[in-house]
Design a binder for this molecule. Structure first.
Ligand code: B12
Ligand SMILES: Nc1nc2c(ncn2[C@@H]2O[C@H](COP(=O)(O)OP(=O)(O)OP(=O)(O)O)[C@@H](O)[C@H]2O)c(=O)[nH]1
Ligand SMILES: [Mg+2]
Length: 474
């Protein structure tokens, strides 16, 4: 088959990708999402084991044109028909569903699914006939349309009522430059904004998820929104919007989340994040978290849109002199030293606190007073993250004159890795192997000795038998 050129979409196509519930087969969707991205689409990837509701809520909040699923767990008919129903019930009939599951989806089931409103299920035969790029071209072409904006007269009212679809549509209008459609939001009193920036992979999204989880517990009446930016690829225009993979707390009626691609090179924010903040403020969200692209450049852009800024870094920054080059240490209100389970974390904490102190000339105060917190975002109920959360709430309350109270406490308790396998036993599997090998070698040696002895014994008895026979003959 001739290599196929990628289709060039005429609109910005946003596709939600995931593997279905109870399904760990994510290799196929990982292949497909990469090709969808290199075909110029913005891909909001959710990873594996995702429920229909999670995927549908995400597609609506993200104003996606399509959902692309893989399902190898056998329940594809129920899963995909329920997905179609849930989308239709929520007024999202325009969102197309694409899926594949190799030989686990029978040809008769593909017909049934197409009849139920699933746009296209790709079989292994389709793969052979169309090629991977051919299937993705078909998918992207069928998703290449501008999602409906709905009734413009009622958009403002629906946003006010916090309809996720209306908010999503309003933000898309901002991204398309249809400023007049969102003029209603201009007068909104701005909601408090927490800006999170930091190096790629430092744990910004993991910490955001932990903050959202604590906020939902701590502020039972309040609503929170997350705006998350990831970089666009300059070559193809596509983007992997992967922050939702870390988000487990956002599946809640009090949370709205929207992923942005930067759509420009070397910037940490999408220029329409400020519009999105206005729209969410109009919808009266109590707190908005903005996560930047974490490209290491233009990090301090975040301070233009937020009330309180937080810089996320890890203990692996190199030598202490490196810290002097990090602009955000001069600007950030709070610093999270995440991955505190890594080697050298305590030394790093001291160094970052010192640099924070130096940059603010706060030499008269003890180092411990600097708002730098060691956190392990990947660990449940981490004490460092609890203290960080409370400090964020306090900083927002001061900066935005809020009268919020919090049940979380600021403690001096340090984040500590809770080990499933204690550090001195981490080599336990290697030790088992070594012990087995030692035992096998011992057995082989003993067996060899026994064999030699047995052979000697055999030789002796053979010689004795011969000698006895000779004696008899004589
Ligand atoms: C690779 C694989 C694994 C890997 C998964 C690695 C990973 N991270 O994904 C490992 C070894 C971990 C694994 C584990 C298991 N597996 Co498995 N696995 C497979 C295997 C061999 C290939 C699946 C695959 O990824 N194919 C590659 C894709 C690209 O090709 P395809 O499937 O032919 O799909 C075509 C089209 O449908 C299309 N397509 C597919 N998806 C999509 C999506 C979009 C958007 C588009 C456009 C197109 C498209 O692309 C292809 C074009 O030709 C299949 C058997 C098989 N030969 O198909 C079993 C299979 C899916 N596994 C199976 C089982 C049972 C399991 C286990 C439960 C085994 C066990 N008892 O532990 C576990 C479950 C794991 C879990 N947590 O869910 C069964 C499922 C049976 C069923 N549903 O009735 C299968 C069918 C094997 C079998 N015959 O028994 N598995
Ligand atoms: N060891 C360890 N790993 C962590 C910790 N926090 C997050 N991670 C892991 O670090 C990886 C990156 O985490 P993310 O939260 O996606 O980081 P990010 O800064 O949002 O990444 P980008 O948005 O891609 O820049 C994931 O594999 C997390 O599971 C932590 O405290 N300790
Ligand atoms: Mg992230």
């Amino acid at each position: 088959m001739q290599p196929q050129a990628p289709y060039t979409p005429s609109t910005t196509v946003r596709v939600v990708t995931a593997a279905s519930l109870f399904d760990g087969h994510d290799a196929a969707i990982n292949v497909m999402r990469r090709i969808i991205q290199s075909t110029g689409c913005e891909v909001i990837h959710l990873g594996h084991n995702r429920s229909v509701k999670e995927v549908v809520d995400c597609a609506i909040q993200e104003d996606a044109q399509a959902i692309a699923m893989t399902s190898y767990q056998g329940g594809h008919v129920e899963y995909l028909t329920y997905m179609r129903r849930l989308l239709d019930e929520q007024g999202a009939s325009h969102i197309r569903i694409f899926a594949g599951g190799g030989g686990t989806i029978l040809p008769t089931e593909i017909e049934e699914l197409h009849a139920a409103g699933v746009t296209r299920v790709y079989s292994p035969d389709d793969g052979r006939a169309m090629g991977l790029q051919g299937m993705i071209n078909d998918l992207v072409q069928k998703s290449d349309f501008v999602p409906p904006v709905g009734e413009l007269e009622t958009l403002a009212d629906q946003v006010k009522m916090r309809s996720p679809m209306a908010i999503a549509r309003a933000i898309s209008c901002a991204e398309r430059g249809q400023k007049d459609h969102i003029a209603f939001a201009d007068s909104a009193k701005r909601a408090p904004v927490l800006g999170i920036t930091g190096t790629g992979g430092a744990g910004k999204s993991s910490l955001t998820d932990e903050i959202v989880r604590r906020f939902l517990l701590d502020q039972p009446e309040r609503r929170i929104a997350v705006l998350s930016v990831d970089p666009s690829k300059r070559k193809t225009g596509g983007a992997l919007l992967g922050d939702r993979i870390r988000m487990n707390a956002v599946s809640d009626d009090r949370v709205y989340m929207r992923s942005f691609a930067t759509r420009e090179a070397n910037v940490a924010l999408n220029p329409h994040v400020a519009d999105a903040i206005r729209i969410l403020s109009y919808a009266e969200f109590d707190l908005i978290i903005v996560e930047t692209a974490g490209i290491g450049q233009s990090d301090s852009q975040i301070t233009d849109v937020c009330d309180v800024s937080m810089y996320v870094m890890t203990p692996e920054f190199g030598a202490a002199t490196q810290l002097e080059k990090i602009d955000m240490i001069d600007y950030a209100d709070l610093i999270a030293l995440n991955k505190f389970d890594k080697r050298g974390a305590l030394d790093a904490l001291r160094d970052v606190r010192k640099q924070y102190q130096r940059s603010r000339q706060r030499f008269g105060e003890p180092l411990e007073n600097m708002p730098v917190y060691g956190t392990i975002a990947s660990q449940f109920n981490d004490p460092g993250t609890n203290t960080l959360y409370r400090s964020i709430i306090d900083a927002l309350a001061t900066r935005c004159s809020l009268s919020w109270s919090s049940s979380f406490l600021i403690t001096s308790e340090m984040s500590e890795k809770i080990y499933i396998i204690p550090p001195d036993r981490t080599r336990y599997l290697a030790e088992l192997v070594e012990e087995n090998k030692r035992y096998d070698a011992h057995v082989q040696k003993q067996a060899s000795i026994a064999r030699t002895l047995w052979q000697v014994m055999g030789t002796i008895s053979h010689l004795e038998e011969r000698r006895a026979a000779e004696r008899q003959r004589r």
